[in-house]
Design a protein around this ligand. Sequence first.
Ligand code: ADP
Length: 270
Amino acid sequence: QASTVMRVRVAPIAVSHVLVLAEDHTHARRVEEIRRDFVANVSHELKTPVGGISLLAEAVLDARDDPEAVERFAQRIMVESSRLSRLVQEIVDLSRLQVADTLHEPELVDVGVVAAEAVDRVRVAAEARRIDLTLVSEQGLRVFGDAELLATAVANLVTNAVNYSGSGTHVGIGARRVGDSVEVSVTDQGEGIPAAEQERIFERFYRVDAARSRATGGTGLGLAIVKHVCANHGGRVSVWSQEGRGSTFTMTLPAAADRPRAVADEPGPT
Ligand code: ADP
């Protein structure tokens, strides 16, 4: 009743203000919902490795007279704790990216160099699975941004390409200029992603196959990080994929102007 009376009084003078206020309110509620979901997800995701580590520690104590068993359990504790520390790191990275929405101190970044650095980070894991990585990059591809974040994003895509492909396959990484954009794409010959899931994989903690993701040491945050890094650079990430054939992920970033206006370009005092 009260709200009807108010709307009648307010509407003739400021309909748009009323609408904007209502939208702000919905937005704030949505942000709060997202925050609550994130906290719930995080505690759920942390409980798995923490629970695993404490069970394994008990197993070590029970098996104290059997050195082989002790070693086996200790190895698994190491695997679980490294997954846990990666998870914590990625949660922190993602929270920062979400809060910031923009970049701290953007600089001119050479995307070819960033892509090479990202490929290097994944090379050992790829070799272990006999997957060969090929990088083809144009020269002088520049964007304005954060080199470390961009390298993390590309490395996440290459890591996934390796993790979700069979041994002996090929992963291609390409960087090129397309119009006003710089594109970095990662193509694999892996298992592919069902069409119905292709949008959801960019959500935090969403996995097509949770057991498979866990087996590869995945945290479920890799693609959410890629999405936020692209958004913070004014770009986006997209996926093309066919089940059983493979996937291509493409990051599209606004190219920096060919010749940035530097201090030296300013007409100096004569
Ligand atoms: P994860 O740590 O589980 O790999 P991501 O956020 O990086 O988390 O990816 C989310 C899910 O998307 C993965 O669990 C997997 O199901 C799917 N996925 C990501 N990249 C690929 C790929 N190259 N090929 C097939 N599936 C993929």
